[in-house]
Design a protein around this ligand. Structure first.
Ligand code: MG
Ligand code: MG
Length: 251
């Protein structure tokens, strides 16, 4: 618990500014996702938006990551590097964006359909998004950290999917990754008690098949070991006296 950085209400408002920039960048991405668009174009529109807001893209240069957006298609789970690859009808594309402004970070991700996608892929996206919101609903003072984890896991597994265990959510604030780690699996009631002023990036990664993942030779792209599809939704969430406050959406 000692490593947890509690934020004041004023600091949470500064984080909301970072969060709204991330939201806006994801909205810009979603507007142009279509067959034929390259993943580099998604990166470019988001970076331009972030810089026009007076912020910095948080991922660019982070541990030498070469872009502003992580773009991960189909069986790619997270951390895909944008480039010349073109989107095609029926793909699902996960886009993860971070921003930094006035010393505070925001972090959010969503998986976006490219054109028409299958009913099964729609179910994967809906289930992963719903799992995120089940987790967010547990982000309340007096609950325990793994209440979030258990809610995410139960929702995904009840739908017949698996949650990735090798990658987790995280505290966020003046650093992009702060304590604690926020796993997407766990036992309700476990983990440290949640307190007002904690801010967490909650981010279920849900796989159709096995939860096992591998990392490509590029040392970034994480993909499912069995080649089945994966989805990823993330919000930055403050724990306040009024309950969970999602900082990466516009009211
Ligand atoms: Mg993220
Ligand atoms: Mg994150």
């Amino acid at each position: 618990m000692s490593g947890w950085q509690l934020k004041t209400p004023e600091e949470i408002e500064l984080m909301r500014a970072a969060g709204l920039i991330v939201f806006g960048a994801l909205e810009e991405i979603a507007k142009i996702v279509a067959p034929g668009v390259t993943t580099a174009e998604l990166d470019r529109i988001a970076e331009t938006y972030i810089r026009d807001c007076g912020a910095e893209p948080a991922f660019l240069g982070y541990q030498n990551f070469p872009a502003s957006v992580c773009v991960s298609i189909d069986d790619e789970v997270v951390h895909g590097i944008p480039g010349k690859r073109r989107l095609a009808e029926g793909m699902i594309v996960s886009c993860d964006v971070g921003s930094l402004i006035d010393g505070w970070y925001g972090d959010s991700a969503r998986t976006i359909p490219v054109g028409e996608i299958s009913a099964e892929d729609q179910r994967l996206l809906q289930t992963t998004r719903d799992a995120l919101f089940k987790g967010i609903d547990q982000a309340r003072a007096g609950n325990h950290l793994f209440d979030i984890s258990a809610a995410v896991q139960q929702h995904a597994e009840q739908a017949g999917y698996s949650v990735v265990r090798d990658l987790v959510g995280h505290g966020i604030g003046r650093k992009m990754h702060e304590e604690p780690q926020v796993p997407n699996y766990g036992r309700a009631g476990g983990g440290p008690e949640l307190l007002e002023g904690m801010v967490l990036a909650i981010e279920p990664m849900v796989n159709v098949g096995t939860n096992a993942v591998t990392v490509d030779a590029d040392r970034w792209t994480v993909r499912t070991k069995d080649g089945a599809k994966s989805a990823h939704f993330e919000h930055t969430v403050a724990i306040t006296k009024n309950g969970p406050d999602i900082l990466t959406v516009k009211e």
